[in-house]
Design a protein. Structure first.
Length: 162
């Protein structure tokens, strides 16, 4: 029986531009590598699914640097990608989820955008959505999606409708 070379055991991935803000304040810009196939639906894994994965570490390739390094998911405060990277996210939400405008604060950092609450009708409050088990909350801010670590959120405000 012949051995399979190690490089052939790698999972096919697609490079995705991202910005990572760590809990300690450091910011990294570069690429992450998202699996080409998802286990729960057809097509590639969505960045939100990938960040909510329980694996504790992921490889990160910084801009203009030849070597990648590993980042700990538990130390990621905010993971930002272009909205197009989650292009089918609205389809996955069924397009019928309740959109709510929120302001999310993580100490001195502030993110404003929409969340899409795709839960049963008796659990449509922002509070219910925040209390889901996923470690990251998706805040849609125009052309960007911020995945914010929930355990580091200090305050969420629903601005008054004008």
């Amino acid at each position: 029986m012949s051995e399979i070379p190690y490089r052939e055991l790698r999972v096919p991935t697609t490079a995705l531009q991202a910005e990572v803000v760590c809990v300690d304040g450091r910011t990294f810009r570069g690429r992450v590598f998202i699996p080409d196939a998802a286990s729960t639906h057809h097509g590639p894994m969505r960045p939100a699914e990938w960040m909510n994965d329980p694996a504790p570490f992921f490889p990160f390739q910084p801009e203009n640097e030849p070597h990648s390094f590993l980042l700990s998911r538990s130390e990621v405060l905010v993971f930002t990608v272009q909205a197009g990277a989650n292009a089918d996210l609205d389809d996955a939400d069924g397009g019928g989820g309740l959109r709510r405008r929120v302001i999310v604060e993580c100490r001195d950092r502030r993110f404003e955008g929409d969340i899409v609450i795709d839960m049963p009708s008796h659990q449509m409050r922002v509070l219910d959505y925040l209390n889901r088990a996923d470690p990251f909350l998706i805040v849609r801010d125009g052309g960007r999606h911020h995945l914010i670590r929930k355990e580091r959120i200090t305050r969420v405000v629903e601005p008054e409708e004008s």
